[in-house]
Design a protein around this ligand. Structure first.
Ligand code: PLP
Length: 443
């Protein structure tokens, strides 16, 4: 693998990428950061501020990745920075209980349906631990997941997963023992009949159903109205647990997450919820939580073992707490407005350029599916439909935006993220780049 972008304006990033390739597989520490799906050289970012990234060649980009979700308030928010600097001045990790962990747990319990919460360091750890707990609590082994949903690189959940696996078109991965996925049933998303059938056949063996609360890892494919409720009720009927993965949506699409948009209104609660991204404020912090009786099974209160040297790290939990405290209703209203506006403009630009497409939003997350033919349904509802997109068109769209200073996810299978720092002036810059990108996608 070599850097394939030799233009002078990317010379520094290309040189750094060459160094990275010599010492790191693929030159990146997480596959989606690479440009394998779109070609070219990933930009090495040296600093970020508000809605902008600045790369090693001195170029400025409007950031529509936001660190894959966490940066709800934009980069280097003064309120978060001050809290973090103050925390760092008191030391960085003690291996004892601390005040910020309690305060962040309290904030999460107030905002969401969980009664108790345990901190970990990544979303992967959160889903892995939630599944172990669900199996320990129910004494059952089968896990139901949905094609196109990504829950981190947990062995049992790397079957028909979205995000990097969808980007690289790999159905699973070598290194996962057959036994690890043998107890995983993969169903099509948004398909209540498939769920009913799975429970009719295996109802008393299913420990849990895990789903992205509103998927963003196959592009944005929100749940059809009532789908999450149906999952919660079906699980309850069969003594299985409903695990809602809010690693991406939690504290991003509303004060609590997707549950604030459906469960709170429809009157149901998940048994377990996983969180990450926004709750760490840009630091490695994640969590899982839920019903007090289920969480009581967790070590040291109960027999299900789970642990972590840096879990609840004082700097990370301070950053998360500062972020959540600054994420007011006005912040969410602003994000909804900005996402609605931008989604409409993307739709308009693609229509004017004659590119068949669906632009789809789940709360304030959205993405565009670029197609060869006009869609046969009004929405993309599952991974099969998401996979029908023309990735070559996205590649052209992506690079035309990047050349105009807008950094989109380098994959057609990812959500686009905004922050409260994406004000009207920033949105105008994105909007003015869209027509040329749409024309590039049409070519
Ligand atoms: N669950 C969801 C819904 C995610 O989007 C992700 C990551 O993108 C994860 C879990 C895994 O989180 P992490 O990358 O922090 O391990």
């Amino acid at each position: 693998m070599t850097p394939d972008d030799t233009r002078p304006e990317t010379a520094e990033s290309a040189a750094l990428f060459a160094r990275a390739l010599a010492v790191t597989p693929g030159g990146v520490n997480s596959p989606v950061r690479a440009f394998n799906a779109v070609g070219g050289t990933p930009r090495f970012v040296q600093r970020a501020s508000g809605a902008f990234l600045y790369d090693a060649d001195g170029r400025e980009y409007v950031d529509l990745i936001c660190s894959w979700g966490p940066m709800l308030l934009g980069h280097a928010h003064p309120g978060v920075q001050a809290a973090v600097q103050e925390a760092v001045s008191r030391g960085t990790s003690y291996g004892t209980p601390t005040v910020p962990e309690v305060e962040l747990a309290e904030e999460i319990v107030v905002r969401t349906p969980v009664e108790k919460v345990r901190f970990v360091s990544s979303g992967t750890e959160a889903t892995m631990s939630a599944i172990r707990l669900a199996r320990g609590f129910t004494g059952r082994e089968l896990v139901v997941k949905f094609a196109g949903c990504y829950h981190g690189h947990v062995d049992a959940l790397l079957a028909a997963a979205g995000s990097g696996l969808a980007t690289l078109s790999v159905p699973g991965t070598p290194g996962v023992p057959v036994a690890s996925t043998a107890a995983t049933l993969v169903l099509p998303y948004n398909d209540p009949a498939a769920v009913e059938r799975a429970f009719a056949e295996h109802g008393d063996e299913i420990a849990c159903v895990i789903t992205e609360a509103s998927p963003g890892n196959m592009g944005v494919v929100p749940p059809l109205p009532g789908f999450n409720k149906m999952l919660a009720e079906t699980c309850a009927r069969h003594g299985a647990l409903f695990v809602s993965d809010e690693v991406m949506t939690g504290f991003r699409v509303s004060r609590s997450g997707q549950w604030g948009l459906d469960g709170a209104r429809e009157g149901w609660t998940p048994d377990l919820v996983t969180f990450g991204k926004v709750m760490g404020g840009g630091f490695p912090a994640a969590a899982f939580g839920g019903r007090a009786d289920v969480m009581a099974m967790l070590s040291p209160e109960g027999p299900v073992y789970q642990a972590g040297t840096l879990s609840g790290n004082p700097v990370a939990t301070t950053a998360g707490l500062a972020t959540l405290r600054l994420a007011t209703e006005e912040v969410y209203a602003g994000l909804d407005r900005a996402a609605g506006l931008l989604a409409d403009e993307v739709d308009k630009a693609l229509t004017e350029a004659g590119v068949a497409h669906v632009v789809q939003a789940g709360g304030n997350m959205f993405s565009a599916f670029l197609l060869d033919e006009p869609p046969t349904t009004d929405s993309v509802r599952d991974f099969a439909a998401a996979s029908a997109q023309n990735v070559a068109r996205y590649r052209a769209f992506f690079h035309a935006m990047l050349d105009q200073g807008v950094y989109l996810p380098p994959s057609a299978f990812e959500a686009w993220f905004l922050s409260s720092a994406h004000d009207d002036a920033v949105l105008d810059r994105v909007v003015s780049a869209l027509p040329a990108a749409a024309r590039a996608a049409a070519a």
